[in-house]
Every structure is written in C-alpha cells, then in structure tokens.
Design a protein. Sequence first.
Length: 395
Amino acid sequence: MSEIYPIAVPKWGIEMVEGTITQWNKCEGDAVAKGDEVFEMESDKIVNVWDSPVDGVLRRIIAGEGDARPVGALLGVIAAADVDDADIDAFIASFGGEPASAETATTEITAPATAATAGGPNDAYTRSSPAVRKLADELGVDLNTVTGTGRRGRITEDDVRATAGPADQAGATDEVEVIPLSPTRKTIARRLTEAKQAIPHYYLTAEYELDGLLAHRASLNESGDTKVSVNDLIIFCVARALMKEPRVNVNLIDDEIHQFRSANVAVAVATDDGLYPVTLRQAETMSPAELAQATSELAQKASNGTLAREDLSGGSFTVSNLGMYGVKAFTAIVNPPMGAILALGKGEQKIVVRNGEPAVATVISATLSCDHRVIDGAVGASFLAALGEEIAGLE
C-alpha cells in the first residue's frame, strides 16, 4: 500500500482566492520531515510559509516560483521514495483540486494506476503535469518535442517556454516597457475592483482648521523624543471620534454589522508594491507619540516585506493621507470589510471669517467615503462633526 500526499494551495485568510509561489525551500527528490518549511507563498500582500504535515519525499513540483495558483490547486506531491512514478502521474492527473489539510493528509493507492493516455510510461504525457500540458496547449507546443530537464526527465513549465521561444508582447515596442503585475498588485487590483463594483459609495467632505493642532504638535516635539506628525495627531483625533460615533467603526461581514468596541485604525502605508492598510489596534488608548512609534514600525515592516497577517487584519476604519504629496483633496475607495475610509489632503493657509472679520488659518480638507449599506449619511456627518470637535480641542 502506497501513500501520496497532495500539496495544494491553502486558504490563508477569508478573502484569499489565489497565491503566488515566492520560493521553494525543497527540491524534487529532497526528503521532507513533518514540520519542514517546504515553500513560501505570497497572498493578500503577505508571505506565508507552508509546513509539511507529513514525512516523505518531495516527488513533484508542479508550480514554479513566480507562478500564481487558485486556492485548492495542486502545487506538488509528497510520497514515499518507493512509490512508482506512474502512480504519482495518475494521482496528479486525477487530482480534484480540493484544498489539502491535516485531516486529509494522505491518499491511498491500493493498485498500480496508469495515466489516461495511449502512450506508455515514457510518453510526454506521463512526464508532465496538468499545468505543464495546459501551458503547452496555450503556447502551441508539442510536448513530444520538449526535452525535460526535471527529475527523471520530467517536463517543466520552463522547458515548455524555452521550446516555444520568446513570445511577442502585445503592444510592446522599443519605447514601451511591459511590466507584469506583481502578486501584491494583482491582489490590490482585484480587491479595489470588487469594492468599487459592489459597494454603494457616498462621499462627505469637511474642512478643519489645524492651527491649534499644529501648535500642539510643536509643543509635543519640543518636549518628546519621538517626533509626531500631523497625520499622527489626526489619527489620534480619529480614534477618539470613533468612540463618540461608533456607528462608523464597523465592518460588514456577510449580512452582519460588526461594530467594534475599540478604534482599530487602518493606516494606508505606501510602498513600491502598493498601499498596505496596516492596523493600529486600540488606537484610542494610545498617545500621539505611541501612535507615531507604532506607525513607523509598521511602515518599516511594509517596506521590508515582513508584515504579519495580524498587521494587516482586524481594521475597523481606514485613514489615507496624500497631503504630503501636495494633493489638496481626493476621494478614496472603501477597503472591505470596513465601512468607511477618510481621505486627507494637505493643509494650506486660507482666508476664513471669525467673528465677522477675515483671518488666516491653516485648513485641511477631509473626505469620508462610506458604504451606504451600513452607514447612513447622517451618521457619516455625525462622525465628521465629532472629528472636528477633537481637532479643535487640541491646543
């Protein structure tokens, strides 16, 4: 009796639909012990490590580094060294695509199986995976003309691409650089498209005078070791405003509104790969200096690619600030499952009226994007009013 274990794309996170292999830590033919880190996969903007739940040998690698696969797709096979290649080929050909788990750790083959092909065991069909055969069909490559460079002459996707030769990029010229979407960019593109299509957005804009906040910041930075930014102070005010108007501090999950007791403020941090909504948990309990320190640490992790899942999850409200880029005002897309996002522009001096007299004040524009399914217009306006009170209260 022989045992074959499928390595399939796990579902890391509720919203994960696919993952991209970033690194194989084992090669075909390597021994694998239970608990070994076999491969690394990027999904939902973070890198996850897959630990083997079984002992055996890595007999097949079906998806290479850089390949994206949906949840449940077969990535490789672990089996004992004495399992026939024909049995493994038959298992791969018949794999149904269900995600592997510790509870479904092994598939038992009780009799020798043959691949569903007219050829023998040396046929190109039995030396290739379903993914390789699909790629060959797409590129118009006859697998019988491909020289396999894998273990025991197996044909890899790179072998197929090498046989096909360089492909012409549609629209590519000497004046255009074609840049494939990174896994992170693919995730961002998918989520934003879904959010914009599915969420009935509405937008509310308010302006706030910042002179008191700026004076408070100067005082903090004179006396403290941690430098506090304008954004840190606004997040400080946002967290307190969320406690005053908790109906904005919500997630929509399935048909339920999850109203948070704490202000878990997600802050959009920009990197070369895109925006990462890192989460400042229980922000209402933190001082401006503590918020500044926490934001700095998360931004550094985003730049280094070391963010953990808890750094990116559990947000109840998002703040996005483009003021440092000179943007006066903008509208942002709600980041589901959160119900709202606040978009901040730059502070600039304007003429305002005080007690019937003109005066100069530093004014910032803030636009609140809300999911109308869970936040009514009057509730959004109530939050902006509460935020204004918190900003005005800083001296």
